[in-house]
Design a protein around this ligand. Sequence first.
Ligand code: SF4
Length: 358
Amino acid sequence: MGLTRRGFIATVLAGWGSAFLQACGYDNELSAEVDEAPNGWRPAYEKLEEAGEFADRVEEALSRLENCQLCPHRCGADRRAGQMGFCRATARATVHSHQAHFGEELPLVGRNGSGTIFFSHCNLRCVFCQNWPIAHEGRGREVSDERLADMMLDMQRRGCHNVNLVTPTHMMPNIVSATRIALRKGLRIPLCYNTGGYELVENIELLDGIVDIYLPDLKFMDGDQAERYAFTHAGDYPERAREAIAEMHRQVGELQTDGDGIALRGLMVRHLVMPNRVSGTREFVRWVAENLTPSTYVNIMSQYRVEHRAFEHPEIARAITPQEFLEAMQWAEEAGLTNLDSRSVSQRDLFRRRLGRG
Ligand code: SF4
């Protein structure tokens, strides 16, 4: 990677001594260069290319657009021939937007943001979806794999710490193809696969050696709830998501960060607490502790809102209470989880203080 303007400044300043740098407040500038190439760290996809295996992987991924089995719906649509399945995706990626995003978990956001690419359509389409114009209505525009690669490179140019692929499942072949194109043009930041969790394990296996960071949801632990609250009636969601997450964990293990706490590789699991225990938080935390590791990075999220069609379902037609969130965090502690997202811990402490339990 060539020396950037920021790199040039940092290199010159480095010669002046760390005490002076601290006095000038330039520490962060030097850390930024570490972020870009921490201790010789290299993305998995670069090593796959060096091993001569990436081209075959792209070919295999693109072939899966025919007779589509890219998610558990197994529609069998020949998307290369123009057919569409449940998700309504075509053979080209549809992207709503790409931007540096600062609302993700802190190890992804760092100082410069997470380079999010929001894909349109979804294979779950939950009734409470907060992004329903994108996920349900498919707002966005079709792009070639070359254009998708340029978006990835744009995220890197803006200093983002990763390419964060939001709702990628049905676009996986395009993502794999675009990543190889971007690699040949200089992409070197980790890919973050930010999925709703409704995956088939054989498709996650194809990503072994391409994706460095997995960021799956585990939304429901009970199939009846998934059947009820996903428009696509995904009653097998808990089973498929657990299998997929176990495979992700096998590939990348626990979260690894650089010296500044920026994510480089590993698994980060999200779980949204819903009203009336709909998402099965107690079962979720126990499953993580018993089937992954107690030190798996887990984000227990409090931001459930009544969005889209959720108001039609009385059980989920309200926000969660502070007591419900505290109960969820208590279960996480009882299960022995030790690597809880710092913002969920801060939210817990805030609720505790408000309720006089601090
Ligand atoms: S990715 Fe879309 S077309 Fe393919 S199996 Fe899933 S829902 Fe069907």
